[in-house]
Each structure stands twice: as structure tokens, then as C-alpha cells.
Ligand binder design. Structure first.
Ligand code: FE2
Length: 316
């Protein structure tokens, strides 16, 4: 049986102009209960366990802060997320963990077959996040979708156009000058499409469409999926090559070359990717500023001198 319920026809016509919602059956696998998640966190290599905090209901442009959860069991970390201000990502667990990989492989095979899309590569993380947590306005480098498992969250999805995600911003993301930052202005919200996710809901949205997320009032568990298709590789090849020409040669670029030239740009980008070495990782970009501690407010114990100014003043 497929891990998806009847997939809507709009998915067969991707890329579409709007998000497409559908339903999945991943909760039936038993891999996302409290017990299973605690075990997953215990087994997740610590260098692929991202532990983040942020203000509750964060404004659209506000980044998170990274921390660590050393010395805590998976069950304790799960409890800290449920009762605190935390966002934990078991990065790439779906395709790397031996218990989760077969399910992910089946889900991608089902999706690819039913939608009629060729998936060249796919990667997915298990996101476990607390009440009112959120992720700032950003765009992802590949096609993305969210398979939501527990709790509720609202995603705002913005048009994938120059006004909302300029080519230069997308080039910077592909050239790994930053993680996924894109310039955000509050007035952009007027054009956003709002998608509310409950257990079993999923959605895919247009390539590079910026989005942000706000959780509801309870523990949230989701799978974020990044995958590439032949079309995505061609589009990114144009952006990468243009980004390189703009930055390295200060050359004027042809931002929308005809489709017949896309394979040329794509081939060029493959060589340029090898030449380019300026990669930033979460580890390098984001110093750890707190430790998870269930005895502190929001389960966050700020490291010396790292608490946000408002909290320092309150403590003085
Ligand atoms: Fe994203």
C-alpha cells in the first residue's frame, strides 16, 4: 500500500504556481511516537542533531540561536522540546538511520511513481519542535515538501518570483554564502499563501518559493524533505553559473537564458562547484550559545555572556 493517499493531479503538473496539499500515512509506521522519537534522538549522531532556540512566535526575519543538549537522554530532550522553547532537527535521519531509511525510500518511490516525477536525490530530516516555535523566512536550494506528523503548524508560502526571492539571493544560497537567508519585509506577508498542517497533512510548493513556519500550541513533529529533479538541476545550474559569473568575473549575466541553453549552464555549474570551496556549515556559522537544561526557564541555560540583552537585564 502506498504511504500516500490519492495524490492530487496538481502534483503531476509541478512546478505549479501554488502549494499543493496532500495526505500521507507515515504515522501508521509507529516511527514517530514519543517512545520511537526518544530512541531516534538517542541513536542520532550528535553532529547531526541540531538544537535551536528562538523567541516564541518569532517575527518573519528573526533567526534562531544554536545550542547543545549534552548529557541528556532522548526522552529528556523530547520532554525539553515539549515544555520549552526548542527546535530539534535529527538532520538527514530519514535517509541515514537504518530503521527510517526503508520507510523513506518507499515514500519517495511511491511519490515518484504516483506523481510521475524523476527524483534524482532525496534527503529528509525529522523535525521535533515545541509550542510557538517557528522558522524564519527562507528559501531552500532544492525542491522541498513537508510531511507533517504531530501537532499543528502554519506555513506561509510566498511567490517564487524576483520580488520575493531575487535571483541574487538564490545565487548566494546555491553558492553557500549563507544557509538559506533571503531578504524579508513584513509587507510581503500580504502575498503569502497560508497552509495549516495537522497530523497526516503534507504539502509541496514551487521550487525556491520562500516560506516561514509558526507552530501551534503543542509539540510538533514533521519530516522536511529536500529532493532534486532534472528540472531543478537545470534551474539551479543557471543560477549557480550566473552567481559565479557575477561574483568572480563581475560579468553581466543573462538571468533568463532560453531553455535550450540550460544544459550548457548546468554542465558549467558542475565544474564550477568543484572549483568553489567556500562552504559554510551550521557548525561554522552558528556558535553554540546555550545548553538544554530542564531546570531553567524554557529549558534554556544560556552560556556565560550569551543570553539575549532582554534576558540579561531581567536577571540583573
Ligand atoms: Fe524550508
Amino acid at each position: 500500500m502506498s504511504l500516500f493517499q490519492a495524490l492530487p493531479h496538481e502534483l503531476m503538473r509541478m512546478p505549479t504556481d501554488a502549494a499543493v496539499r496532500f495526505r500521507h500515512r507515515l504515522n501508521d509506521t509507529g516511527l514517530f511516537t514519543d517512545e520511537a522519537l526518544a530512541r531516534l534522538i538517542d541513536e542520532q549522531p550528535r553532529d547531526r542533531l541540531d538544537v535551536l532556540t528562538m523567541r516564541k512566535n518569532p517575527p518573519g526575519g528573526e533567526r534562531w540561536t544554536a545550542g547543545e543538549a549534552n548529557g541528556l537522554s532522548g526522552a529528556e530532550i523530547l520532554e525539553a522540546v515539549r515544555t520549552g522553547a526548542l527546535w530539534v532537527s535529527c538532520r538527514r535521519a530519514m535517509e541515514m538511520h537504518p530503521r527510517y531509511k526503508p520507510v523513506f525510500d518507499q515514500a519517495i518511490a511511491d511519490y515518484s511513481r504516483e506523481v510521475g516525477v524523476k527524483v534524482l536525490s532525496a534527503s529528509a530530516s525529522v523535525l521535533i519542535s515545541g509550542p510557538q516555535m517557528g522558522i524564519f523566512f527562507h528559501a531552500d536550494a532544492a525542491d522541498t515538501m513537508l510531511w507533517h506528523l504531530r501537532g499543528s503548524k502554519t506555513m506561509m508560502i510566498y511567490p517564487s518570483t524576483e520580488a520575493y526571492i531575487p535571483d541574487t539571493a538564490m545565487e548566494a544560497i546555491l553558492l553557500k554564502e549563507n544557509l538559506s537567508d533571503a531578504p524579508y519585509r513584513e509587507e510581503m506577508d500580504a502575498a503569502a499563501e497560508t497552509v495549516v498542517f495537522h497530523a497526516g497533512d503534507a504539502a509541496a510548493w514551487p521550487l525556491h518559493a520562500p516560506h516561514r513556519v509558526l507552530n501551534g500550541d503543542s509539540l510538533n513533529v514533521s519530516i522536511s524533505v529536500e529532493y532534486t529533479t532534472p528540472q531543478c538541476v537545470l534551474t539551479n545550474g543557471v543560477l549557480f553559473t550566473n552567481g559565479w559569473l557575477r561574483r568572480r568575473l563581475k560579468a553581466p549575466v543573462w538571468s533568463r537564458p532560453p531553455a535550450t541553453l540550460h544544459p550548457v549552464y548546468s554542465a558549467a555549474s558542475k565544474g564550477l562547484r568543484v572549483v568553489e570551496k567556500f562552504r559554510k556549515t551550521v557548525e561554522k556559522s552558528h556558535p553554540r550559545k546555550f545548553d538544554v537544561d530542564l531546570s531553567y526557564p524554557d529549558n534554556i541555560r544560556w552560556r556565560e555572556g550569551q543570553a539575549p540583552a532582554a534576558l540579561r537585564m531581567a536577571a540583573e
